[in-house]
Design a protein around this ligand. Sequence first.
Ligand code: UT7
Length: 331
Amino acid sequence: MPRTEFIATGFHVPARLVTNDDLARLMDTSDEWITQRSGIKTRYWVSDGETGATLAREAACKALTKAGLEPGDLDCIVYCTCTPDHFEPGNGVFLQRELGISDIPAIDVRNQCSGFLYGLSVADAWIRTGAYRRILLVGAEVHSRGLDKTTRGRDTAVLFGDGAGAVVLGPTDDPRRGVLSVHLFADGRHAEKLWVDGPGLAHDPYVSEEMLQQGKHRAVMDGREVFKFASVLMPKSVDLALQANGLTPGDVTLLVPHQANLRIIEMVQKLAGLRPDQVYANIDRYGNTTAASIPIALDEALAAGRLRRGDLLILTAFGSGFTWASAAIRW
Ligand code: UT7
């Protein structure tokens, strides 16, 4: 059975840069609070005409160009997001249309901050079994339009940013390379600790004036609880990725964790037994871009020369659901 290799990566963020001081003009917050609590200094927000699918198209085109491929060479699209452009259909078909292709399957994966790793697991299984050869795996989010940009929403509004990351995946027969393992987890007992209640078909009517007034259409988070679980379960998932492959922290070239909070990333690094130079962080510049954060960070890390052929890459994520996951990849 072949393994799955990362053929190329790409990312795209909107042009509109939003600083912490910009946010302090919209709500009662400060650069000091945001920097100390999260490590975030800037994030990017979409402007008129931009959507999740257009961000994803830009990221995908960059990855395809690096891979030396055309959109028409793809066999399948796996699109990970928790901020879809529309209730239905899924964003995969909108990206497909943006890329000017048709007929190949397009699946949406709705696993929030763990979305990219859930999507990787799906794509990896399809490539290993031979179902599809060239898969475009995308994580893309437009959070900015959904944020409550008043003091009421400040605990979440300062954290999230927009962006897209894409990877082109394919089979390799080289037994020393590729995706070694992906481990996925979920615990729905915590579903309401980070969620958007409505509009939703659990409600009748599924959307109402009252619901909007109550802010049910905004993401609500129990930040402390999310922090507590994330900083324990992400390092555990890293341990598992290493143990499952007979590896140790010393074997890791680079850990690319989901970028939710610099304090969480630093705790994961310490609890997983890694040195700071083994971990990539760019949350200071992009904020939390949910399913896009790992592919954006990965593309940057590659451009910075942080990974070479044969190196060991570990990915880990945690988020709403709760869901969490890790992957081990021999580059
Ligand atoms: O992607 C996965 C999902 N997300 C996460 O992993 C995020 C996990 N959680 C976190 O990153 C942190 O919990 C936060 C950054 C969200 C918050 O940090 P914290 O140290 O846990 O702060 P807190 O929620 O305990 O709030 C401390 C204070 C509160 O005031 P009082 O009650 O102590 O007077 C908040 O009202 O800070 C206040 N606060 C703010 N102040 C200024 C909350 N948001 C803000 C803000 N600016 N933006």
